[in-house]
Ligand binder design. Structure first.
Ligand code: F6R
Length: 620
């Protein structure tokens, strides 16, 4: 969750580069930030509660210098988000930054009797362990290696030493860490939680393997594996340009990423689909489609909702049984998995979500073949999967996922088509494949058309921002989009929202309906439309206000049935272009994203960095 960076440079711009790196890492947590450098032979630290701007203000008031340093942006686990608990932690001799959780820190604290700990964190103990080894005369490499052997849990660490001014040591176990190589004339070396942190700073990246630790010196980098054996890891050209991670002309990353969707989905489609020949281009699957006995889809949050829609598509088109699991539940419930030919699809934007990664490992240990649908190439999930399909969205910075979600949907829909075609399953009727292929091809232009509803959504958001509770309803493939709509609204506007399968309303949630509740109904004009219209009327007749999201035919049909002036007052509509009914979940994601965005905008909350959240959840 936390973001870490380390720089060993030649120039005086290390502090500004640390800040630049932290700015790119803020999406990983923003409870506190801090940096430490070697300034005039002493470790100088600056730490601040809250966002990076507070640290910047502090550094302006109390500047520090140095050409070697470390930085951290925190998502609090152990200890409140105070300055004392902010990283870097240090004791004058050693300072370090940490991402992850040291599970045995209580035990280790007991070994350090007599040492005064300043913070309530699980991290500070590591500072003292390393210092103790240094005091015993061990060189820093050995002091760190001996310390690492004692740590349990998942962590990435970067360590700065007062008495070794030309060295940083970084280590990873369970949490990611990359090494970066600077430009030709700058000759700087870096550690970063991910390649994104080093965009614009490092030209080349080396992804450390689990258990690796690396020593950065002014003229070289040496990497060791867990056993302490020197090892080579591939060094690759960094593909992330800093230009990709600006906000452009948009006020927030979230809006920029919403607007990028037509292009992003166009890129995915053109890479994976030859619509004229009904051909889906995929890397070889870890199991041949005809041999797949069962598919288990595992993910968290928004990505799990993409998986839920995937279940509808795969079962409908390819007839393969699919189970969808939330990653944090999966490995704790003794799932019944096929002994052979079980395919596990792991969906993750970041490729680093700890719950999802651990579920992947569990599934692998239990004989499943792993196919990842992942955005970040070279992420841990990408590297541990048997095969990956990339969602190709480019960096997604806003904490609330938008473009990653719709591209996950497109990828899983194309995968479902591929499975259906490989198994010679007809989607139903002769004309259907042609219409479906056209439906896929039209998605980018339909999304552009869908953006036209933004003005209407802004008006509705004005009303929505006053709601006490909001219910999202959908049926069939729109049910997961109802869940996603509710998640998006609550995470960025802090309004309580829940998604339900519309048919479930009468089994409990209908008790909530009164004049203070708003109900968003996702209802393309399809085979289930009449049924969801009845659910909508059940709400209206109890004075609930309805926001109907539908196409022209659906809106007309609804207005015909709701014909009293009183009932019409309770209804607002958002029009979505009509599209192939099986692909509606992709298109209907757009209005629910915009609705959440504009509601949050009116409420004046921090849209890109909502409270308590972090983009990449690398703790369990
Ligand atoms: C919500 C959101 C989260 C993520 C979830 C999984 O907007 O972004 O629910 O979808 O934390 O993250 P990844 O996809 O990185 O594994």
């Amino acid at each position: 969750m936390c973001g870490i960076i380390g720089i060993i440079g030649k120039n005086d711009d290390t502090v500004s580069h640390l800040i630049e790196g932290l700015r790119r890492l803020e999406y990983r947590g923003y409870d506190s930030t801090g940096i430490a450098t070697l300034d005039n032979d002493a470790i100088a630290r600056r730490r601040a509660e809250g966002k990076l701007q507070n640290l910047e203000r502090l550094i302006k008031a109390e500047p520090i210098a140095g050409n070697i340093g470390i930085g951290h942006t925190r998502w609090a686990t152990h200890g409140a988000p105070t300055v004392n608990n902010a990283h870097p932690h240090g004791n004058g001799k050693v300072a370090l930054v940490h991402n992850g959780i040291i599970e045995n820190f209580h035990e280790l604290q007991k070994q350090l009797s007599g040492v005064h700990l300043e913070s309530e964190t699980d991290t500070e103990v590591v500072v003292h362990l390393i210092s103790d080894y240094l005091d015993k005369g061990l060189p820093p490499e050995q002091a760190v290696h001996e310390t690492l052997k004692q740590l349990k849990g998942a962590f990435a660490l970067v360590i700065l030493f007062r008495d070794f001014p030309d060295m940083l040591i970084g280590a990873r176990k369970g949490s990611p860490l990359v090494v970066g190589y600077g430009g030709q004339d700058a000759e700087e070396y870096f550690f970063g939680s991910d390649a994104l942190a080093l965009a614009g700073l490092a030209t080349h990246i080396c992804y450390l393997e689990d258990g690796d630790w690396a020593v950065l010196k002014r003229d070289k980098i040496v990497i060791y594996d867990e056993a302490g054996t020197q090892i080579d890891r591939p060094i690759e050209l960094s593909t992330i340009s800093s230009a990709l991670i600006g906000k452009g002309n948009h006020k927030h990353y979230m809006l920029k990423e919403i607007y990028e969707q037509p292009t992003v989905l166009g890129t995915v489609l053109s890479a994976m689909l030859d619509a004229a020949r009904y051909h889906v281009q995929l890397p070889d699957l870890p199991i041949a489609p005809k041999n797949i006995e069962k598919i288990t889809i595992i993910a968290c949050g928004t990505a799990s909702y993409a998986g839920m829609v995937g279940k509808y598509w795969i079962e409908q088109w390819a007839g393969i049984p699919v189970e969808v699991d939330i990653a944090s539940e999966f490995r704790y419930r003794t799932p019944a998995l096929p002994k052979q030919n079980g395919l596990c699809i792991i969906i993750s934007q970041s490729g680093e979500t700890m719950d999802t990664l651990e579920a992947l490992r569990y599934a692998k240990q239990h004989g499943q073949k792993i196919l990842a649908i992942v955005n970040v190439e070279k992420s841990t999930i990408d590297r541990e999967a048997d095969q990956s399909i990339y969602t190709r969205t480019g960096p997604e910075i806003s904490v609330a996922s938008t473009k990653a979600f719709t591209s996950q949907l497109v990828v899983i829909a194309l995968l479902a088509q591929y499975l259906a075609q490989s198994l010679d399953k007809s989607v139903g009727g002769e004309k259907q494949p042609l219409e479906l292929m056209r439906g896929f091809s039209e998605l980018p232009s339909k999304l552009i058309e869908g953006l036209n509803s933004e003005e209407m959504i802004k008006t509705i958001a004005r009303d929505l921002q006053e709601a006490r509770d909001v219910i999202f309803l959908g049926r069939g493939k729109m049910f997961p989009i109802a869940l996603e709509g509710a998640l998006k609204l609550k995470e960025i506007s802090y309004i309580h929202a829940e998604g339900y399968a519309a048919g479930e309303l009468k089994h409990g949630p209908i008790a909530l309906i009164d004049e203070y509740i708003k109900v968003v109904v996702l209802a393309p004009y399809d085979a289930l439309f009449e049924k969801i219209l009845s659910n909508m009327q059940e709400v209206i007749s109890r004075n609930g206000k309805v926001i109907l999201i539908s196409d022209r035919q659906g809106i007309d049909a609804a207005k015909q049935q709701i014909n009293t002036a009183r009932d019409m007052e309770l209804l607002s509509v958002i029009e979505v272009p009509s599209c192939h009914q099986d692909l509606a979940p992709i298109l209907y994601s757009l209005p629910v994203q915009l609705l959440a965005y504009h509601t949050a905008l009116i409420k004046g909350v921090d849209i890109d960095q909502p409270r308590n959240l972090a983009k990449s959840v690398t703790v369990e």
